[in-house]
Structures are given as C-alpha cells and as structure tokens.
Design a protein around this ligand. Structure first.
Ligand code: MG
Length: 129
C-alpha cells in the first residue's frame, strides 16, 4: 500500500481535471494503493476556491481547463501555500507549458495518459523532498 505512511495514515490527494474520465483514472490509479482523494475540482477556479477548505498532501493538476487553467490555478495555490506539492498532468502537445510549469514552482509533471506506477512514483518522490 504505497498510499499509506509508516504510521498508517493515508496520503491525501486533490484531483483537479475538467474531464470526469481523467479524474476517475486518477482515483483508479491511487485508491487501490490506499491514497485518499480528499477533493476534486473541474477547473482551476473551483480548485483555488476548494483548496483552503481541504488538506491535501499533493494536488494533481490538469493543464487545459475552462474558466481557469492549471498553470494559473497552480500559481494561485502556491501563493496560498508555497510548500504545497503540485504535480501537473499534461496531455500531448503541452510541451511549452511544461517549461512554464517549472518556472511557476510546480513540483513535477506527469504525461497523460499515465500508468498507475508512474504517478504513484512521482507522488512518493515529491513527498520525500
Ligand atoms: Mg483538461
């Protein structure tokens, strides 16, 4: 159970993606390993509004979303809490955005579609840093 710490507590994830299918994929990858999805948002604005009400160890952030994209939402969340760990989930063709993501302090980028082991590995790694 990679989503559980040594003390048995679950690693808490906030999943931000405008695609319900993508959010389902994130859940499907993480929940069997014991991670808990503590919040979901369908665009950046929703994410920024929801963020202060939950305590997530890691935010998974889609790039392209209506209303507010993932880059602006990540910046806003880092403004609220500079230590918040954020993984950008980027679809093909988002290459330019990846550079932008790093410059905004986003902790890691994971290409979509991802394999469960891939995203789990990245979550574990950024929490160790
Ligand atoms: Mg999207």
């Amino acid at each position: 159970m990679k989503g559980l710490r040594a003390d048995g507590t679950a690693i808490r994830i906030m999943a931000v993606d405008d695609s319900p299918i993508s959010r389902k994929m994130i859940k499907k990858a993480l929940e069997p390993e014991g991670f808990v999805i503590v919040g979901e948002a369908a665009n950046g604005k929703e994410a920024v509004e929801l963020y202060p009400t939950i305590q997530a160890d890691v935010v998974t952030m889609d790039v392209t979303m209506p209303v507010m994209d993932g880059l602006d939402a990540a910046s806003a969340i880092k403004n609220i809490n500079s230590k918040q760990k954020i993984i950008m989930l980027s679809a093909m063709g988002d290459d330019d955005i990846i550079k932008d993501a790093k410059s905004r302090g986003i902790d890691d980028v994971c290409a979509k579609p991802f394999k469960p082991d891939e995203i789990i590995g990245k979550i574990i790694r950024i929490l160790e840093n």
